[in-house]
Design a protein around this ligand. Structure first.
Ligand SMILES: C[S@@+](CC[C@H](N)C(=O)[O-])C[C@H]1O[C@@H](n2cnc3c(N)ncnc32)[C@H](O)[C@@H]1O
Length: 356
């Protein structure tokens, strides 16, 4: 497929996911288009933005992310090539005579959303589960993934900072001057936001006649397969910070919703924001250098491209040296990183390391 650089941002689905590479897709494309590959693994896929670029470029894509909520994006936008919600929207957004549960309304009072919004989330998430009354098999899997991904983007729009890291509903409701946030979107009702994202995503689903796949694994456990190119965009720690960004704690609300019936058992009730108890994965130990080394060794027969931030921990230089152990040609590109809110760079760079 021939895609023009100037069309990429028009085509890529919107997302409010932290760390999304959406805004720099044209810059990434400049590198990818010069590399020869047909099959690709997007190992830390997030909300599938870079996978979507690969799909637009006509590549055969395997999307992976360890968060189940991101897996929904991978199924909905990458693996899925034709299924949209159509008439299901009416079913999802309306009361259908079920006896609706109220876990969100009872548990998250005053934490993330207003009481009526919590009740709406209880109803809509139940309706999405009840799509199983209308569909089964692969169609059900894709319809539910698309419905959840749509719902999650609506949810993020109404959150200060688009995150669930704190109990901070008051930031939305307080009557004060703000230098951040988007009060108009916060006050747009959920139904309208859902319809808006549904309209957008329905137009973004397309077929390339290749079979794409979404998986949900800890990257260190992904079964070895051959890919022409492996793209790695891991969480990274800023210099002087001990741990990389913990995506699970930023998006735990979605992980809970996707396991609604067991949500109560998974919550750490000592936390003010009702965060889920965290299970450790391969990427948050103190062994990131070792993990890079393991991944580079595992995929040494593929072209390896790493997205990273500078300055970061481990440093770009360390990662470059590790890559050099397995690849004969290693080079990098960088670009000033701009803060969304004020366009400042602050000495930070987006870096792309390429090993061939
Ligand atoms: C920087 S974000 C990727 C953003 C993505 N490229 C995009 O444009 O949306 C890093 C991602 O790594 C995922 N992640 C963290 N640890 C992981 C692991 N051990 N295995 C797989 N994915 C992991 C997080 O859930 C997060 O979505």
């Amino acid at each position: 497929m021939i895609i023009k650089r100037e069309d990429i941002l028009k085509k890529a689905p919107s997302t409010r996911y932290q760390g999304s590479k959406r805004s720099i897709l044209p810059w990434l494309y400049e590198t990818f288009r010069k590399l020869e590959f047909n099959t690709v693994l997007d190992g830390f896929g997030g909300t599938a933005t870079v996978s979507y670029l690969f799909k637009l470029m006509g590549k055969k894509v395997t999307f992976n992310d360890q968060l189940f909520s991101n897996y929904m994006a991978g199924i909905a936008l990458i693996e899925n090539q034709r299924i949209v919600l159509d008439d299901d929207v009416g079913f999802i957004l309306n009361k259908n005579g079920f006896d609706y549960p109220s876990f969100i309304a009872n548990t998250f009072k005053g934490i993330y959303y207003l009481p009526r919004e919590n009740r709406w989330l209880d109803m809509v998430s139940f309706n999405i589960r009840m799509l199983s009354e209308k569909y089964n098999g692969d169609v059900l899997r894709k319809k539910q993934a698309l419905a959840y991904h749509t719902l999650f983007q609506a949810c993020l729009s109404k959150r200060p900072f688009n995150l669930f890291h704190r109990k901070n509903l008051y930031l939305r409701t307080a009557n004060v001057e703000r230098s951040f946030g988007n009060k108009k979107t916060w006050n747009t009702n959920f139904q309208r936001l859902f319809l808006r994202f549904n309209k957008e995503f329905s137009q973004k689903i397309f077929s390339t006649k290749l079979k794409h796949k979404a998986i949900c694994e800890d990257i260190m456990r992904v079964r070895k397969k051959t890919f022409d190119l492996v793209y790695l965009d891991p969480p990274y720690a800023r210099k002087n910070k001990k741990h990389p960004k913990d995506y699970h704690s930023l998006y735990h609300f979605f992980e809970g919703m996707l396991d609604y019936d067991n949500w109560a058992r998974k919550i750490n009730w000592d936390t003010k924001n009702r965060c889920l108890v965290r299970e450790k994965t391969g990427w948050d130990e103190d062994s990131i250098e070792e993990n890079f080394d393991k991944l580079f060794r595992k995929y040494q027969n593929s072209i390896i491209v790493v997205s990273y931030g500078s300055p970061g921990e481990p440093s770009i230089n360390t990662i470059r040296k590790l890559l050099k152990k397995y690849k004969s040609k290693v080079y990098f590109k960088r670009k000033p990183y701009c803060y969304k809110l004020n366009n400042r760079n602050g000495g930070l760079y987006e870096v792309l390391l390429i090993g061939k």
